[in-house]
Ligand binder design. Structure first.
Ligand SMILES: [Zn+2]
Ligand SMILES: [Zn+2]
Length: 88
């Protein structure tokens, strides 16, 4: 995942912080990758990933996301979600 990530609480409070990852949990659903009619390889992972993140201002939040397929035109299962766990 190369998307930009900043602490949503710091953004609201106009602060700058570094964000540290405290690990990713994910669901363990089985699935199959496949090659489509043109031979293109697809990896549509149905498992939801939850990453715990804590910023240097001690705000805690969670990022919930699905691993996108290698094919950029394929839509992810659901858009990424950010949930704030601790604001102060
Ligand atoms: Zn913060
Ligand atoms: Zn795909």
């Amino acid at each position: 995942m190369n998307s930009l990530l900043t602490c949503p609480v710091c953004v609201k409070q106009n602060k700058k912080s570094k964000v540290y990852s405290y690990g990713v949990r994910k669901t363990l659903m089985g699935y199959r990758t496949y090659h489509d009619e043109e031979g293109v390889y697809h990896d549509h992972n149905p498992n939801k990933h939850s990453e715990l993140l804590i910023c240097t201002e001690k705000h805690e939040f969670e990022r919930k996301y699905y691993k996108p397929c290698f094919v950029s035109t394929c839509e992810p299962y659901e858009p990424e979600e950010i949930i704030i766990l601790k604001e102060d």
